[in-house]
Write a protein that binds this ligand. Structure first.
Ligand code: 0X9
Ligand code: ZN
Length: 721
């Protein structure tokens, strides 16, 4: 299993700098040219297809791992506008190459490229064969549905309907309000005892899949959990109890347009004959790679403009499923438009025109506004991770000019993440530890409404592996023995009903009355905010007893949150001025740190605009070195490393001459204490109304905290009813 943020970098202890996976000299110039070519616009991408005679061996889309040992390398790959996957490690990143020009661009960087899947189309065909053989062998899989292969969009939709039709007491089918841009409905089911009756104040667990088109197991796991719950209601005590306490909302395919193309366009289609009539003069051939099997985003072509229904398949602007479209997991309102979200429509993480510009994210936003979703899991693939808010590191300066800090519920969220991760064997970490993201699903829902939320990145190494792996991941078989997503989801559902983490409103109201909780607020994006609200209600039953499980009235985003401030005066300071070593050689400096230090800042400066690098190691008792920080910026940019919570010990600061002719350099290391401060924060209340027959009989503000049981005095409502 590769867990990007923890992937250890093993330094060369023999004393030579680690340079085996370096770019070749002069690569930067070539890369800059490639970047310029791409920057000129998607349609101007150099393509082998523009030659008069088509290449007889068409390019096969690939999954490759590119080594990016330096920050500058990562930036360089990013700048090429390639389809970088979430599989990003300390020293490498996996990239889907959709076209020959993608490969050309990547090669021009001179970075080492390790091909993981040489032909994604062929791999898809191989997987289809493996799945057919698996089906032949087992007939029926041990999954709750018994399935042996990936569902199509039609399968999802008909299964949702069938589950509701054949289990009327506990399953209700629904279609979310907004169809997709290409005109497809977004469907789901609600599972729970009494699901056809009115809302009675139960908490909601929301589970979703397929925000990203190519991440098929994310829909499979979601759907199997639905089958599991339905099958076991009335049979399994734990599940029966949970379905009496909670409403489970299942939306297996949040992005049906994208998924449909990814699912049905796996075969290689050679469209080069169309080049002659292609208005884009030959770019058509790159569309044939391999259809849209590796599509990620939605069908948005032009910001703010819908497309005629049923036309998404015909657009020429998403070669190989890459190209235009909005990344739904950057389009949610929470901190929308900040780090880790692109402003360029052709990039894989394009944030969209504005927060919630897309119908697919509006659908989920509306669920969050109208229900007390006390827990949410949004499934993705791949990397075997359980991710929790926030999407940016705590020291990042946020919307209010202060460090973003950790989520106010960090301790509890981390614990719950760990409990779930223990079941599926995934790594439990903050989202930002993978990479920065803003506009992600749970970063919005948690910060605006308070229910906990997690992203599961399912599977070790592929977007859609052979189906047998999906079976194992869900149930905990094969290499996941005893550690399945099934159990992780059940723990999530148990959390949803655990009133230690929600508020409970108790009282007596007239039977048949409607209680409604409303709250208006502004949700901060990265540099602005938008009008937002929560509007939920429940019907009082025959007994008149109210027990309404709700999210806390204060939003986490306005709660006081701790953040660290670095003191101005250093506790210690050392500096060196030394001759620059010969090119490709290095000089080591030892820094002895007597006691654990909150922050150590290390700066490397030199006169000419050329290229030195910096690496920092902690020296172990046996003399071996463990890298704790590095800085490898582009030429002329100076190098800087910050060590946070640095242990006492001996550090080795290594100055490397990557390509410098400067005679000397200045190196400084300074240790600082930090002080913990809290943001001011504020308290928020709901407005509660009690009404009957459409008449409001009582109104009152309600303040309720996480874990608090609040008694409501509804005497006035009772009297007036
Ligand atoms: O980048 C993403 O959207 C997710 N990875 S994926 O490869 N499935 O696309 C990770 C998102 C993590 N961040 C948040 N959940 N905020
Ligand atoms: Zn995803």
């Amino acid at each position: 299993m590769t867990t990007p943020s923890t992937s250890a970098h093993t330094p060369d202890t023999a004393g030579t700098p680690v340079r085996s996976r370096r770019r070749r000299p002069f690569a930067l110039a070539a890369a800059a040219l490639a970047t310029a070519a791409l920057g000129a616009g998607l349609l101007a991408q150099p393509s082998p297809a523009t030659s008069a005679t088509p290449d007889p061996t068409p390019f096969a889309p690939q999954l490759v791992e590119v080594s990016t040992p330096r920050d500058a390398d990562r930036e360089l790959v990013r700048s090429l506008g390639l389809d970088i996957t979430e599989h990003v490690g300390h020293d490498d990143a996996q990239v889907v190459l959709h076209t020959a020009s993608d490969l050309q661009a990547l090669r021009s960087t001179g970075l080492d490229i390790d091909v993981k899947i040489a032909d994604l189309g062929a791999r898809d065909r191989e997987i289809a064969e493996l799945d057919a053989a698996y089906a032949e062998r087992v007939g029926r899989s041990p999954l709750p549905s018994g399935r042996t292969g990936y569902r199509s969009l039609a399968d999802y939709n008909s299964e949702l309907r069938t589950l509701a039709r054949t289990n009327r007491k506990i399953v209700k089918f629904f279609t979310l309000e907004r169809p997709t841009l290409d005109g497809r409905p977004v469907n789901g089911i609600e599972i729970g005892a009494g699901v056809r009756g009115p809302e009675t104040g139960k908490p909601v667990f929301l589970i979703m899949g397929l925000h990203h088109a190519r991440e098929w197991p994310s829909g499979e796991n979601t759907m199997e959990f639905a089958h599991d719950l339905v099958k076991n209601f009335g049979k399994d005590r734990r599940i029966t109890r949970l379905l009496r306490q909670a409403r489970v909302i299942v939306v297996p395919v949040v992005n049906p347009d994208g998924f449909h193309f990814s699912r049905t366009h796996g075969e290689y289609v050679d469209l080069r004959d169309l080049n002659e009539i292609d208005p884009l003069e030959g770019t058509t051939s790159v569309l044939a790679t391999p259809g849209r099997a590796y599509m990620r985003k939605n069908c948005r072509l032009v910001d703010g403009v819908d497309i005629p229904d049923g036309t998404c398949f015909a657009n020429l602007l998403t070669p190989g499923g890459f190209g235009l479209g909005t990344d739904l997991n950057r389009n949610y309102g929470g901190f929308w438009g900040g780090p880790g979200a692109s402003t360029t429509p052709a990039e894989p993480d394009y944030r969209g025109a504005s927060a919630f510009s897309e119908p697919e994210t509006q659908n989920i936003r509306d669920l969050a506004r109208s229900l007390h979703i006390t827990m949410l899991i949004t499934n993705h693939t791949y990397s075997n991770l359980v991710l929790r808010p926030n999407g940016v590191a705590p020291t990042t300066i946020g919307h209010d000019g202060l460090p973003v800090g950790d989520a106010p519920d960090e301790r509890a969220m981390k614990r719950l993440g760990a409990r779930m991760a223990k079941q599926n064997g995934y790594a439990n970490q903050h989202s930002w530890q993978l990479y920065d993201t803003t506009g992600g699903t749970e970063d919005y829902t948690y910060n605006a409404f308070g229910g906990f939320g997690y992203t599961f990145e399912i599977g070790p190494d592929e977007f859609h592996p052979p189906y047998e792996e999906v079976v194992d991941e869900y149930l905990g078989g094969g290499r996941y023995d005893g550690k399945g997503n099934r159990e992780a989801y059940l723990i999530a559902l148990e959390h949803a009903v655990d009133t230690k983490f929600s508020g409970v409103l108790k009282g007596r109201a007239p039977k048949g009355a409607t209680l409604r909780l409303q709250k208006k607020f502004r949700t901060p994006t990265w540099s602005s905010s938008f009008a937002d609200f929560s509007d939920t209600s429940m019907r009082v039953g025959r007994s008149g007893k109210v027990s309404w499980i709700v999210n806390p009235s204060t939003r986490p985003v306005v709660e006081p949150r701790p953040y660290e401030v670095t003191r101005k005066t250093p506790e210690f300071s050392e500096s060196w001025t030394e001759p620059v070593p010969v090119p490709l050689d290095h000089t080591d400096h030892e820094l002895v740190v007597d006691e654990a230090t909150d922050v150590i800042e290390i700066d490397l400066d030199w006169a000419l605009p050329d290229d030195l690098d910096l690496e920092v190691y902690l020296k172990r008792a046996n003399g071996s070195l463990t890298e704790v920080g590095s800085s490898g910026n582009a030429p002329a940019e100076k190098e800087h490393v910050t060590l946070v919570d640095a242990a006492a010990g001996t550090y080795v600061i290594r100055v490397i001459n990557y390509a410098s002719a400067t005679p000397t350099y200045d190196l400084t290391a300074e240790g600082f204490d930090t002080i913990t401060r809290f943001t001011k924060g504020k308290k928020e209340r709901y407005l509660l109304t009690c009404s009957k027959g459409g008449k409001v009989l009582q109104k009152m503000p309600v303040y309720v905290e996480r874990g608090q049981v609040k008694k409501l005095n509804l005497a006035q409502c009772r009297r007036r009813a």
